[in-house]
Structure formats: C-alpha cells, structure tokens
Ligand binder design. Structure first.
Ligand code: TRP
Length: 359
C-alpha cells in the first residue's frame, strides 16, 4: 500500500448478493479508484443490525458477508491493494461512535429521509425505531473518520450521512484539536438502473435487492438473458427513458453504436427483440470475466475468509490508532492514565497495590 495516496472508504451492508445496479452505480468506479487511492471497503454488518437484529437474521450474516465479498472480488476489487474488512470485527469503531454521538444533535438525525426510508422498508413504525437506526449515520461517520478517509463514494441516499461525517469532523477538530481528515462525499453520477420485469412493475422501479427485480452478478447467462427479455419494448420513437434503452445506455460501451441502435429502433427498422439481443451480448462481455473470477475465488473458500480476516486486522490497527488520538484530544486518556499513574506511585510507596485490598 502506498501511504502517499489519498484514502477512500466505501462499502455495503451484507444483506444479500450484489446486482447490476451496484455494478454501474459503485463497483466499477471502486475498481478504477484502486489505482489512485488507498481503498478501505467496509462490509457493514453492524449497520445491517439497525433493521435486522433478530437471531435468524444474524444467523444469515456469514453467507451474506461471503456473497458480498465474493461479488467484490469477482468485479476486480483487488485484496492486495484494497482493505476489505468486517465492521463488527473492529470494536474501536463503536468506541469512536459513542464519542461522536456527544457531538451530534438528535435533530440532525430524526428528520433524515434515509432513516425514514429504512424504517418504512423494515416495517418499523415511529415507536419502534431503535436508537441504533437513529444513530446509523453517526456509526457511519465513525467508519469514515476512523480511517481518515478523504473520499467517500456513495449513492445519493447516503450523501447526507457523509455530509454529517464531514460536519462532525470539522466540529471535533475545532473543539479538541485536529485529529480527523475531513471527508468529501462523492455521489455517483451514474443514473440508477431500472429493474427487470420479473415482477409486475419491476422495470418501473430502480433495481434493488428487495424488489425481486434484480439481475445478480452471479446469475447464469441463461438467467441474464431471460431477465433482459422481460424488459418491454417502447413504442418506436419513444426509446428515450425506456428501461430497455436505459440498459443499453448503461452497458453498450460504444456511443456511436448506441446512437445508431436507438435511431434504427425509433424509425421502426428493428424490433425490441433485436435491442434485447444487443443488451444481452454487451452484458455477457462484462459478465463473463466476472463469473470467471468469481468461480476462481469461490473454488477456495478459505481464501475469501483469509482476505476478510487480513483486511479486518489492518482496519483494527488503524481504528485503535485513531481511537487513541480521539481519547487524547478529548482528555479521556489523561483522565484514566492520570488516575492509574497516581495510584501506581502511591502503591509503590506503601508497598501494597490497593487500599481496599485485604492483606
Ligand atoms: N451506509 C452504507 C449502505 O447503505 C454502508 C456503509 C456503512 C458505508 N459505513 C459506510 C458506506 C462508510 C460508505 C462509508 O450500505
């Protein structure tokens, strides 16, 4: 790892495998940014507990963690350059989070659309929102600030969280002295990919893990083709904004080819099946190497586990170092070590460790 490169932190909750929407939204840029940045990739299992803390939900985490990490490796996240880590394996982050909570007005959290959306999706009424869900962005700030990440690529739904992390960092640095790098959100400019029509209205919504309208990175070529063929053909002349053409825009790399495909369709020269064929072909070009890499990593179960453990050990070091600086800056380290030192010197004088100890 090159220490001179700026640091980047991003990641996902392990709630299931990743899909094409993730690929165009974040994964492709994550792979590219490995050249210019030192990357930390979080598998945010604590964040998934904010809405899924039942025992059976926790029991599914090992599989989900493995799926997400395999998906990342298969698209080209390179564990020799990127630190992939498991959030709950880094307890110093909770210590940092609790201190950051002291600097966060509840009013900054309670109105957030993202929290309301997560509550609604989890079927939680106002009275049932756990404190952990309200504090979701503060925990995320701890993730970002513990790593001193400068760049945080996220989807639009997470932008307010990174802004909060930036504000907390500035507030902390002003109040206690400079400890944190001030992070910048980088919101993906890629328009979100629509879903497929495997469920009614699937293509009218954005592709999502829970909507039943996703093409998974691990889908077979047959599944990919079947799903693409559920995308309806728009009326000729109305290709703009139609889900099938949004797929074409996302996956046909050649702008001229895309333009001529659209023009031909709009003047009635070809039917929608031909456009679907082109989309499938373009997708396969992207998915074949992804499937190959996935199979390679999946063939050795222990390799994925070691990548996670290795990355988490690195993240633990970084987090403990930052926690030490935070405790120093806030005076908490002095409070504790001052007590310990005074106690130690008195104990040496009287040759007995503690007053209250029976002799
Ligand atoms: N909130 C992110 C999600 O929706 C996951 C996440 C947790 C994250 N901590 C982060 C993303 C820090 C970027 C930086 O899945």
């Amino acid at each position: 790892m090159d220490a001179r490169k700026p640091r980047l932190l991003t990641g996902d909750r392990p709630t299931g495998p990743l899909h094409l929407g993730h690929l165009v939204g974040t994964l492709q840029s994550r792979v590219k940014l490995q050249d210019s940045h030192e990357c930390f990739i979080i598998v945010a299992d604590l964040h998934s507990l904010t809405t899924r803390s039942r025992r059976d939900e926790i029991a599914r985490l090992p599989n989900h963690v493995r799926d997400v990490v395999l998906d990342m490796l298969s698209v080209g996240v390179d564990p020799s350059r990127s630190t992939i880590y498991l959030q709950s394996g880094v307890p110093a982050v909770y210590d940092i989070a609790i201190l950051l909570q002291m600097l966060t007005p509840v009013a900054r959290l309670s109105g957030l659309q993202s929290i309301q959306d997560m509550a609604v999706n989890a079927g939680l009424g106002d009275a049932d929102v756990p404190l952990g869900l309200l504090g979701y962005p503060v925990l995320q700030a701890a993730d970002i600030l513990m790593a001193n990440a400068e760049l945080v690529p996220v989807g639009a739904d997470n932008e307010t969280h990174v802004t909060l992390a930036r504000d907390i960092a500035e507030h902390f640095n002003d109040a206690y002295g400079k400890v944190f790098a001030v992070p910048q959100p980088t919101v993906s400019a890629t328009p979100s990919l629509p879903g497929v029509n495997t469920v009614a209205g699937g293509a009218e919504r954005k592709m999502s893990k829970s909507a039943g309208n996703a093409i998974w990175l691990k889908d077979s070529p047959e599944e990919v083709a079947r799903k693409v063929r559920t995308l309806p053909g728009p009326a000729p002349g109305e290709s703009t904004g139609a889900p099938l053409f949004l797929f074409a825009e996302a996956f046909l790399r050649d702008a001229d080819e895309l333009a001529s495909l659209r023009a031909e369709y709009d003047r009635g020269g070809i039917g929608f099946a031909a456009v679907q064929d082109r989309v499938i072909e373009a997708l396969e070009k992207i998915l074949v190497p992804i499937r190959e890499r996935r199979a390679e990593f999946a063939a050795d179960k222990h390799r994925t586990e070691e990548i996670i453990v290795d990355g988490t050990i690195t993240a633990r070091k970084v987090a403990y170092e930052t926690l030490g600086k935070v405790r120093d800056a806030m005076g908490l380290e002095n409070l504790w070590s001052g007590l310990v030192h005074a106690t130690q010197s008195r104990a040496e004088e009287r040759k007995k460790p503690f007053y209250h100890q029976k002799s």
